[in-house]
Design a protein around this ligand. Structure first.
Ligand code: AMP
Length: 180
């Protein structure tokens, strides 16, 4: 079975569209028989995507550091919850378990996780595809930032293209699976 690592907010955001997008991503994964790797929390969009995959009979593996087990309210209904010693172990383990990575809307943690995956791809530490689900233009300003970094000579266009941006969950998943 192929598995997708989903990075997303420990909050749900202020618009219903974010929760709907998390559920749409889960539905696309179920259609393609793709399991979920994520941070193991029950809260925010993280909980929403896990609940939707579980409700459809899919496989969900959570990876949570011991220190966050309480704060993030670890999900108790997962196929498997791996408790790891640190944040660093969590991020490495999530990439190790997955065939591809995708970021849904989220905050600093989501951005840090996705940029680590992208920078590790740039360094060829892995060759797994990385995507951004651009819900209602949430990542538009981030994409502009990356394009500006290319124009200013800090990111090569080859490395910029490591971030695959799409607003449609099914199309994004299909692209990520094809590249992985
Ligand atoms: P956020 O996007 O900030 O809501 O966080 C989403 C997930 O990223 C949560 O599971 C956080 O525990 C995790 N996270 C927060 N900060 C970091 C960090 N510095 N490195 C990696 N993950 C983080």
């Amino acid at each position: 079975m192929r598995r997708l690592c989903v990075y997303c907010g420990s909050r749900s955001g202020d618009s219903d569209c974010f929760q709907q997008a998390a559920e749409a991503m889960a539905e696309a994964m179920l259609r393609h028989d793709v399991g979920l790797i994520y941070g193991g929390a029950q809260i925010g969009l993280m909980g929403a995507v896990a609940d939707a995959v579980l409700a459809g009979g899919g496989e969900v593996i959570g990876v949570i550091p011991e220190s966050l087990k309480q704060d993030e309210v670890a999900h108790q209904g997962l196929t498997c919850l791996e408790v790891v010693p640190s944040m660093h172990h969590r991020k490495a383990r999530m990439i190790e378990l997955a065939d591809a990575m995708v970021a849904l809307p989220g905050g600093l943690g989501t951005l840090e996780e996705m940029f680590e995956a992208l920078s590790w791809a740039q360094l060829r530490l892995h060759s797994k595809a990385c995507g951004l689900l651009n819900v209602e233009g949430y990542f538009d300003s981030l994409v502009s930032f990356l394009d500006n970094a290319v124009e200013q000579g800090f990111i090569s266009s080859e490395h910029r293209d490591l971030a695959i941006v799409d607003r449609d969950p099914d199309r994004l998943l299909t692209t990520l699976l094809r590249l992985s």
